[in-house]
Write a protein of this length. Structure first.
Length: 314
């Protein structure tokens, strides 16, 4: 078993945002102060280049500078999301797989400690898709030299549902640390995914911002969530209470987090990145001028008001 399994078990890894201005230029000065603040919080590691941080949309140069900034800010494990960059324009499955592997190799060269493999949605429509997914993970591990986190990502974000048998097979690979579930609102799928990994000894990682507390009751033992990109302590309190056996505290902390999740994770779901940036700005983690998401849908000002009212109430 890789030592990171026990190092990360029971900890929180924020899937951090990437601060940008209104034209989509990464605000590196803001990123440095944001990284320092997050790194000082109750975290076990940091997830960079994840969906929340728009890792697949960033240029190769920006991805490198973003990871380098986080590497300078913390000695905690960095888990880099790897997949097919939007700029690649991969036209075939082979090209998509090659791009994913290349991004993982780059992450290793830049100092990442592990990679989280974005699912290739096309596998879901192939007769041998599960086997192809396993082969991709094996290739990523072999060529990058890094341990892996699997990523069950809901279809609205470009993923596909991993069946329990695939999760078990992925977790049987020695290079796998665990699998993160991000099913959005599919409670049965989330339960089945977590239960599939229960006997493996690997990390059962929740990415369920709208089912955060319940996913722990179903067996999740580690958290890698976008909701912690702004509210680290709010997210950590739920995990801390659960792992500590403080069930009354867990219920209270979970109710608070659920209120915040309801104000940030709803349709259009891609708008959650902008809502988290608004939250980070309200909290003082980012300046207003660096709290833009150019890759998500345009949102009305009423949604920002909802986020702020929720945070003020909490």
């Amino acid at each position: 078993m890789h030592p990171f399994v026990e190092k990360l078990r029971g900890t929180l890894l924020p899937a951090v945002v990437t601060p940008m201005d209104s034209s989509g230029v990464v605000a590196y000065e803001a990123l440095e102060s944001y990284a320092s603040a997050i790194a000082a919080g109750p975290i076990g590691g940091v997830a960079v280049w994840a969906h929340t941080g728009r890792g697949l949309y960033l240029s190769e140069a920006d991805r490198g500078k973003v990871l380098a900034t986080w590497r300078a800010a913390t000695r905690a494990p960095l888990v880099a999301g790897v997949g097919v960059p939007r700029s690649t324009g991969a036209g075939s499955l082979q090209e998509a797989e090659d791009a994913t592997v290349a991004m993982a190799v780059s992450a290793a060269d830049l100092g990442a400690d592990a990679v989280m493999v974005y699912p290739l949605a096309v596998y879901g429509s192939l007769p041998d898709g599960d086997a192809a997914a396993v082969r991709l993970h094996q290739r990523v591990a072999a060529e990058s030299g890094l341990p892996l986190v699997g990523f069950y990502l809901h279809g609205e974000a470009g993923g596909y549902p991993y069946p329990p048998a695939l999760i078990k097979e992925l977790l049987s690979l020695p290079e796998m640390l665990g699998v993160k579930t991000a099913t959005l609102d599919r409670a049965i799928d989330c339960q089945d995914a977590i239960w599939a990994g229960r006997s493996t000894g690997k990390l059962l990682i929740t990415g369920e911002d709208r089912m955060y507390g319940p996913s722990m009751m179903w067996g999740a033992d580690t958290a890698l969530v976008g909701i912690a990109a702004a509210q680290v302590e709010l997210s950590a309190a739920v995990l801390r209470a659960w792992t500590g056996g403080d069930h009354a505290g867990f219920l209270a902390a979970s109710e608070r987090l659920d209120r915040f999740a309801a104000a940030t994770f709803y349709a259009p779901i891609e708008g959650y990145v902008q809502r988290m940036l608004w939250a980070a700005a309200w909290e003082g983690l980012l300046p207003e001028e660096a709290s833009y998401d150019p890759y998500g849908p345009a949102l009305p000002s009423s949604e920002r008001d909802l986020v702020i009212r929720c945070l003020e109430g909490l």
